[in-house]
Design a protein around this ligand. Sequence first.
Ligand code: MTE
Length: 323
Amino acid sequence: MLIKQASDLTENDVTPQSAYLNRRHIIQAAGGLALAGAVPRVFAEDQSAPHWLDQKVDQTVFRSVTTDEGMTDRADATSYNNFYEFGTGKGDPAKYADNFNPYPWEITVDGECSNPGTFDLEAILSGSTATEERIYRLRCVEAWSMVIPWIGVELGKVLQQFEPTSDARYVAFETVHRPEEMRGQRSRFSFIDYPYVEGLRMDEAMQRLAFLAVGMYGEPLPNQNGAPIRLLLPWKYGFKSIKSISRISFVREMPPTTWNLSAENEYGFYANVNPEVDHPRWSQASERRIGANGDVERIPTRMFNGYDEVASLYEGMDLRTFF
Ligand code: MTE
């Protein structure tokens, strides 16, 4: 993968590429594991990304957002997950997502826009600019966090292709509904309803940090991390970052969101990371950072997860009320 620094970054802003395994090393590592009989199914032939996506990830040319914080190991970011469609245990997504087939993939776009339709992922990505790499902090509402290098495209640039009208005040997202491939969606004991849904105000969606990822650690996204395309909103709690998106709707009214539907006093629509507003059952003042080499450290949580540039989106709002 080619990673050049964006023109506005200094050399020091760029974490060496060697800080994580690149594609070729991962393939070697998978080969090594295969000898031990433990090769993850994401590397199996029938799960592999189509050539065009593989190339798009491989030809990522610049890193536009970064951090000097130590990156979480790929092994941890791909084995400690929340993806209830595959089960509620942190290890369930990696264990049970192997029967999920993310390719080919279509996204239906509807609502208040001039260019609705059902589009191949390839068409959506080819209409956007080149893929870029962004190293983002991911802060889960459960008070653990990671630092992950994602590859993808800016959400706003993708949304513009569909020409939202002035009636589009919000954008809603939906995860694919495939109970035959997603055991969590078949479960009688599930305490969230499917499909998983999320939403943003339009100005939040157009903020430059809002990102659609198709890869991580120089590889197409593994199923357990939301293949083939998922949202990332690094200033919000992780549950806003909806995985395996199959529908995008431009709407006039604030759309329902999965965790808010399940417990409205615990999970708000905005879900901005805020150390001063505790979850009713635990403090949000600090977090358990799962960092490099699997090291776990308790660190203070920062307002907007440290992404201060989003603050102007919420000027004049009481963030205790609009949590
Ligand atoms: N998207 C769907 N469709 N289903 C989920 O259960 N979990 C969310 C979010 N997106 C979830 C989802 C939560 S709670 C978090 S913290 C992040 O995904 C976790 O992303 P990761 O597993 O890649 O770390």
